[in-house]
Write a protein that binds this ligand. Structure first.
Ligand SMILES: Nc1nc2c(c(=O)[nH]1)N[C@H]1C(S)=C(S)[C@@H](COP(=O)(O)OP(=O)(O)OC[C@H]3O[C@@H](n4cnc5c(=O)[nH]c(N)nc54)[C@H](O)[C@@H]3O)O[C@H]1N2
Ligand SMILES: Nc1nc2c(c(=O)[nH]1)N[C@H]1C(S)=C(S)[C@@H](COP(=O)(O)OP(=O)(O)OC[C@H]3O[C@@H](n4cnc5c(=O)[nH]c(N)nc54)[C@H](O)[C@@H]3O)O[C@H]1N2
Ligand SMILES: [Mo]
Length: 687
């Protein structure tokens, strides 16, 4: 069967290079491309099943106009001309009455390609629409990192083989970084010790020699305690600190506040455990921290990242091969996306709306002018945004004109006035630069889009013409933009550019030692003030809710694939066994998790240890009363980012009067669960 190169478009650090087998214009199978030495021909269970989703009978193939009530999900096909005419007519009316800022784009991470992901920004800038502040994922971590490290990059994943102590800190490798596992195993084979630092024993625990479960939101306090012990026991690298950092004397002077005894009530970790970890870190030749983002999605997430970023500096880890951090900023920008984002096209200063505040924004809270039209592309705000009930109330507004560019009837698409049919990556042209390592791949379509499907960029070019935007950008094809991005790159050599343009995956090595990219070339430990810890937002309920990635789905994506949906099983709430027993809950029980914002239907899971006082919801499920009904639209300290891991809840058995509304029969987490029980006789499908 003819085989073509392609690449994974999803929001994942590993950025797989893929091979697509195509017959009669249909993608029959996807496998890993051995030409990428990092992803090395291995792909995840999700991508292996993508062809099922591509050919799903549930796919949207034509533009659709709403015929039922918002949220009901009834639509009738229309042609593109009609859809575009309706959009331009409604937008012109809204612009005439309220100004173009009454139009709000909402996009995030459905595709990570440079053109299909970012090109819409150029369009909405030219239109004069409100800006969207895109901080739904790890901006708190990025802001904390920049405060200490500026624009510095961290390790390449393959550098971990040189490490002799690896802390898997808030990172679940089998779910989100499976290609790192062989490197961790190689390091272990050479004698490295691996320690897990999480709020529960994730599947990563299988890689770890030691598992430390700490309370959510306390990571910064733990890092400060580690620094305190390192300093007190003379295990810091004073020569490195003097030569490469500023602010160490000031920070050091505050550390007595953070002895392991003083942070024990925050972290829940015994002082001796923290001391032993600090000693191991101080003694290691090249200690590495694999840093995920979960811990940073809290009111104190930026500051916590500052504290963790200080650790490698304190022991001089950056000057040893394999020492430092991996997972914060492992890919410098290889191409300059301002070419497609085009902030210069905006007419003057446009108001900016934070993505996490979609619910309040649709209610008009804190805005001078209302949002009258929402254009959603490659995102599913009804499922992924905090304060789901506020988002759903906003989407239900009769006077809000909503357009959703989608591939299937997501919870968001159900509320659209118009749905436009969107592609899978095998049908588009794009340029991918994974964020987990220095790599780049230019990808051409390997199959024709079915029905009347159009890519994000094609739709924006068409809307630009219809709205009378004459900028030359909108007459360029996606391919021309990809090539211009590559040719204009200041980071690639001419040979690398030629390889990229020929469609080969190009992987670049990281320099050693990594340069410190701050203005003064120093790591900043007390700028503007010494690193500290303060409590997260918290809340009135007794249990802290944490959201974690699911293995078989990716945020709300892949639920359109039946096999993966069933493999993932029901919406589980992982609990500490004693916390569950106290509430009369057993493994496999239906339960309701609630707080001041809403409620969530879930199945209690006790098969993995969870730190006392925390509950963990893996994955993002379709429907109402899902996990984001419980997450506040509050922002982090640095980076104005999501704080979806910083909420409190109570869990209880389901009262009889709520059974039906929480566990209706069709298309619910419970229905998937019940199917699972019937098929396997086990409360949970196998992982
Ligand atoms: N299979 C799969 N892969 C994915 C995704 C997915 O949903 N599924 N999502 C993709 C996306 S968008 C992203 S951003 C990345 C995310 O990849 P990561 O950054 O690795 O994952 P996180 O969502 O940050 O969650 C990592 C861990 O943080 C833990 N955690 C949460 N709060 C705390 C805390 O306060 N302290 C500590 N120590 N740990 C905490 C969680 O229990 C979880 O195990 O993965 C991507 N890849
Ligand atoms: N409770 C909870 N909430 C979360 C998270 C969590 O772990 N738990 N994770 C958070 C994180 S880290 C992130 S990054 C966000 C992710 O939030 P989103 O960016 O909304 O990501 P997805 O849920 O994957 O939804 C992406 C949608 O884009 C569509 N799509 C894919 N490709 C294209 C395309 O080319 N064109 C168009 N028009 N559509 C396309 C897909 O069909 C899918 O419905 O969610 C955040 N919210
Ligand atoms: Mo993310």
């Amino acid at each position: 069967m003819p085989t073509f190169r392609t690449a994974c478009p999803y929001d994942c650090p590993d950025g797989c290079s893929l091979l697509a087998e195509v017959e009669d214009g249909r993608v029959q199978a996807l496998s890993g491309d051995p030409a990428n030495p990092y992803t090395n021909a291995r792909i995840c269970a999700k991508m292996a099943r993508l062809p099922q989703a591509i050919h799903s009978p549930e796919r949207i193939l034509t533009p659709l106009r709403r015929t039922g009530a918002k949220g009901e999900g009834r639509f009738a096909p229309v042609c593109w001309d009609e859809a575009v005419a309706e959009i331009t007519e409604r937008w012109r009316e809204i612009i005439g009455r309220y100004g173009a800022e009454a139009i709000l784009p909402y996009s995030y991470a459905g595709t990570m390609g440079a053109v299909q992901r970012s090109g819409g920004e150029g369009f909405f800038h030219a239109l004069g629409a409100s800006r969207l502040e895109r901080t739904l994922c790890s901006s708190g971590k990025s802001a904390g990192w920049s405060a200490v490290m500026g624009d510095s990059c961290d390790l390449a994943p393959w550098d971990l083989v040189h490490s002799d102590l690896i802390l898997l800190w808030s990172a679940n490798l089998p779910a989100t970084r499976m290609h790192l596992i062989p490197y961790v195993r190689q390091a272990k084979a050479k004698g490295a010790r691996v320690v897990l630092l999480d709020v529960y024993e994730t599947p990563s625990a299988a890689l770890a020699d030691e598992r430390l479960l700490l309370r959510p939101g306390s990571d910064g306090a733990l890092a400060l305690s580690l620094l305190q012990v390192l300093a007190q026991e003379g295990r810091t690298d004073e020569a490195y600190l003097a030569g490469h950092t500023t602010g160490w004397p000031e920070l050091r002077a505050t550390l007595e506040r953070w002895t392991p005894e003083k942070t024990q009530p925050l972290t829940g970790l015994a002082p001796e455990t923290v001391r032993a970890l600090a000693r191991a870190y101080g003694r290691a030749e090249a200690p590495a921290i694999v840093l995920g983002s979960g811990f940073s999605r809290a009111g104190n997430g930026g500051e916590a990242t500052r504290a963790i970023a200080a650790l490698p500096a304190a022991v001089g880890a950056w000057s040893k091969r394999g020492g430092g951090t991996y997972g914060v900023c492992s890919a410098p920008s290889l191409v300059d996306k301002t070419l497609v984002k085009r902030p210069d096209l905006a007419p003057g200063t446009l108001r900016s709306i934070n993505i996490n505040l979609l619910g309040p924004a649709l209610a008009g809270e804190g805005l001078d002018k209302p949002v009258m039209s929402l254009y959603v592309y490659h995102a599913n705000p009804a499922a992924v945004t905090s304060d789901q009930n506020a988002v759903l109330r906003g989407l239900a507004r009769e006077d809000l004109f909503t357009v959703v560019h989608e591939r299937c009837l997501t919870d968001t698409a159900r509320y659209a006035d118009l749905i436009l049919p969107a592609p899978y990556m095998v049908e588009t042209e794009d340029l991918y630069t994974p964020y987990g390592y220095r790599g780049i791949q230019y990808v051409k379509p390997v199959a024709a889009p079915p029905g009347q499907v159009k890519s994000n960029w094609e739709v924006f070019c068409r809307l630009a013409r219809a709205m009378g935007l004459e900028e030359e950008l909108f007459s360029r094809s996606a391919g021309a933009l990809c090539r211009a991005l590559v040719e204009g790159s200041g980071a690639l050599t001419p040979e690398e550019k030629a390889k990229v343009l020929a469609g080969e995956p190009v992987i670049c090595a990281a320099p050693f030692p990594l340069p410190v990219e701050t203005k003064d070339r120093k790591i900043h430990l007390a700028d503007p003030a010494p690193i500290t810890w303060y409590p997260p937002h918290g809340g009135p309920e007794p249990l802290r809710l944490v959201c974690a990635p699911a293995v078989h789905t990716l945020n709300s994506s892949f639920h359109e694939c039946r096999t993966l949906r069933e493999r993932q099983g029901p919406a589980r709430l992982r609990m500490n066994a004693a916390d569950a027993a106290r509430r009369g809950l057993a493994h496999g029980d239906r339960a309701v998790c609630r707080n001041e914002l809403g409620r969530m239907a879930c199945i209690v899971a006790l098969d993995r240890p969870v730190v006392p006082g925390a509950v963990v919801a893996e994955g993002v499920y379709p429907g109402e009363n899902t996990v984001n009904a419980l997450t506040h639209a509050r922002l982090s300290d640095l980076g104005r980012a999501t704080t979806l891991n910083d909420n409190t809840v109570e869990v209880s058995p389901v009262p009889p009067e709520e059974q039906e509304s929480l566990f209706p029969l069709e298309n619910t987490p419970a229905a998937v669960y019940d199917k699972g029980v019937r098929q396997t006789g086990d409360p949970f499908l196998k992982e």
